[in-house]
Write a protein that binds this ligand. Structure first.
Ligand SMILES: [Zn+2]
Length: 268
């Protein structure tokens, strides 16, 4: 693949809620249906081809064809107002990926997530028919990068099991709650059988992005359609540091850690 292709910005948009009447907690994370429709029309005007996140990483890995101008539309948390938003996307032939926090599906409490009506388990399979990929967004919505290892493993594994039980097929994409991840959490997500994971980072992804910390651009109540158009044209945000640089960084962190260990040993 030519080197310059890795420098082409690829937008992965991140939404939470589409409603005219958000509760106070959710307001800043919501866009109106009219505004959302503008964003979607803009996406098509700019000649973007929507993919699910799983199909995108498969294409980057060479397992399917990567369109010339890909875009991903993602939603986090699993609010009930996703159903009409999915209809707006389906009407335009736009596929998407919805990351569901599974606690609300089974009556478990969540942490740090706006209180709003949530999707039910029964609503998920019909969404797939509309072109929605269902991904996992933990069970309780903790910051899992600072949770004990066993808790993090449960937050990664349990939503996969619950969603696979509901959908009767593998669930392969994950989104970190609050966008928070660490090298350890990233490795746990991969080991759990996911093939991709979305972070936030407010930057463009690219074909050189790390498939387990894909960069996204968050669309909020104050995000104008002009801003979204800029992003769809590949402007107005940085490109996330590429995978090679990420590997270098991991290696450097490990090296610092090893150096710290040897310093401590030397001091004993
Ligand atoms: Zn979330």
């Amino acid at each position: 693949m030519p080197a310059e292709r890795s420098a082409v910005p690829i937008p992965i948009l991140s939404f939470h809620s589409v409603t005219d009447r958000p509760g106070p907690d959710l307001a800043t994370w919501s866009v109106t249906p009219a505004r959302f429709g503008e964003h979607l029309d803009c996406l098509l005007d700019e000649g973007r081809t929507p993919l699910t996140v799983t199909d995108f990483v498969a294409a980057v890995a060479g397992r399917r064809e990567l369109p010339e101008r890909p875009v991903m539309v993602t939603f986090d948390d699993g609010y009930a107002d996703f159903v009409p938003a999915a209809d707006q996307m389906a009407a335009r032939g736009i596929v998407s990926t919805l990351y569901v926090t599974t606690g609300p599906l089974v009556g478990s409490p969540t942490v740090g997530m706006p209180i709003a009506p949530m999707l039910t388990a029964e609503q998920l399979a019909p969404l797939e028919v509309l072109g929605v990929e269902i991904g996992a967004h933990s069970h309780h919505h903790f910051h899992i990068d600072v949770a004990p290892r066993s808790v993090a493993l449960d937050e990664i594994g349990r939503p996969k099991a619950i969603l696979e039980e509901v959908l009767r097929h593998p669930v392969t994409s994950f989104a970190y709650p609050h966008g928070s991840y660490s090298v350890a959490v990233r490795d746990q997500v991969r080991a759990a059988g996911y093939t991709s994971a979305c972070a936030v980072r407010n930057a463009f992804s690219s074909i050189a992005d790390d498939p387990f910390s894909l960069a996204r651009l968050t669309v909020r109540d104050f995000t104008t359609t002009d801003t979204v158009r800029d992003w769809l044209q590949g402007r107005g945000a940085p490109i996330a540091p590429n995978r090679e640089r990420w590997r270098t960084k991991v290696w450097r962190v490990r090296r610092w850690a090893a150096a710290g260990d040897s310093r401590r040993q030397a001091q004993r």
